[in-house]
Design a protein around this ligand. Sequence first.
Ligand code: FAD
Ligand code: SF4
Length: 539
Amino acid sequence: MDFDYIVVGSGFGGSVSAHRLTEKGYRVGVMEMGRRWTPENLPTTNWRFWRWIWRPGLGLRGFFNIDPFRHVLVMHGCAVGGGSITYANTSLVPPDSIWECGSWAGLADWMREMPAHYRTAVRMLGVCENRILGPADLILQAAANEHGAGDTFYRTQVAVFEGPDGQPPGTTFPDPYFGGEGPERTSCIGCGGCMMGCRYGAKNTLDRNYLYLAEKGGARVFAETRVVDVRPLTGSPDGSEGYEVLTAPSTRPFGGRRRFTCRGVVVAASALGTLDLLFRLKEKGSLPRISPQLGHRVRTNAESLIGVRVPGSEEDLSKGVAIGSGFYLDAYTHIEATRYPAGSDAMGLLATVLTGGTPGRKRILLWLKLLAGSLLGHPVRTVRLLHPFGWARESLILLCMQTLEGHIGMRLGRPWFWPFRRVLRSYGQRIPTFIPQANQFARKLAQAVGGTPMSMVTEILFDVPGTAHILGGCAMAASAEDGVVDSQNRLFGYKGLYVCDGSVIAANLGVNPSLTICALTERAMSHIPPAMSTPAGSD
Ligand SMILES: Cc1cc2nc3c(=O)[nH]c(=O)nc-3n(C[C@H](O)[C@H](O)[C@H](O)COP(=O)(O)OP(=O)(O)OC[C@H]3O[C@@H](n4cnc5c(N)ncnc54)[C@H](O)[C@@H]3O)c2cc1C
Ligand code: SF4
């Protein structure tokens, strides 16, 4: 065998798996579709979109992927280190109630087991309470007080090295986390650039902790390498004799296909990546036993991205860490103050005036009416509001999430506008495109700071919400009748084949998911015995 385990994807699930398996003495190969990023090659702003957006067919080889579906616009990461390169570092433990709903309820004594795994993930990711509150956080705090929810305001838990108290920002220290085994860190300067990749060595991305240690322990990472097939080796339809894994280059159109053999596989390609891969493998007969539940119960964390722009703001609202604080608007709704770094204004192209009304044609008409009225009544102010330049410096993005139950489905299909290839498509009931109480809050906040509330134009035109937290579709359950993996992340119907990423999440978390993905993967890996005691694939 080329490897004991091949890990598909190097995000949260993939990096934790790679590190823990290497530590247990296995020979690990990590196949990652995205590129490797360093402070030197990260883009300075998102106007350098060829280094920001991932669309290799068009020559765009960045780390940020946007996939439009009928029901949702999904934003996700694609890099060595997965979503950690572009994520906003927020690392929150969800409420205990999430373990009591969804198909994973009752599969384990979650509330007894999970705290230890969360503690490990927090330690490995270097999570701390954010000490750097920027102007946007202070505005959110004042608005939360005004709303009567000031007591729920909190500084986020962030995977960022903020340095010892009293030391100036931007100071470099030897590895502060792993007893000298890890790389050095430079303390955070609060530039707000986390979602563009940290160019200062302060963000605790996976290539500086889990994946770094995995590589140091012997794991081999194959960047720009896409897994296109995984099938059991001849003679073992359940994979008990191992698997062959076929890869293709992800950034070049032709050539370079490779075949690897291994005893076990961890699929950790993120919710969308794993669904896409497993659907194709099931349909072409490579892994025909995958549960028909694949693609069911995909969750978007019931999310809405709105914001407030303050044209000509004296304060630079982009300062701080990307998500510096949050509060609970009500028992189900959670709002976080989010930002892009000054100069990274490209997202401003998607921002428009907040529009109420019922989704559909009427809302589009209302939006056009509002826009026309605003242009005629206050032309200068409207242009200052809608042009993208200065957007990051002048805007406070409100990331709103709800713990309410709701999901869609995904399957492969041919879009009418491009019937030549089967791609992932969403189906099911529409997801609400806005959270009315959050919109109300944005209006009040805008009034208080002399700004204008904003929403994403896609919400209005296409009645489609945006999310950076797509989860589920490969849900954890008691049997293949209810889900796709068991309570230890093992794919039903196969031996030695695991799924460790956001796709296994079986409930709406209501908070950012990466810490939970890490903790669940820590738990899954803790059930795999060390290399010398049991051969891989014999679970
Ligand atoms: C802008 C932004 C901000 C965010 N902020 C936060 C935050 O503050 N806190 C938080 O908790 N979450 C945040 N998230 C979400 C977080 O990034 C994801 O939930 C998390 O990365 C999911 O982890 P994962 O292990 O499921 O997969 P990922 O981290 O997405 O990793 C999967 C990897 O698999 C690779 N891959 C896919 N298919 C293949 C294939 N066939 N072959 C090889 N490789 C493949 C992909 O390139 C990718 O690198 C944010 C996301 C975005 C986009
Ligand atoms: S705020 Fe700036 S320095 Fe701090 S972690 Fe984010 S990108 Fe790095």
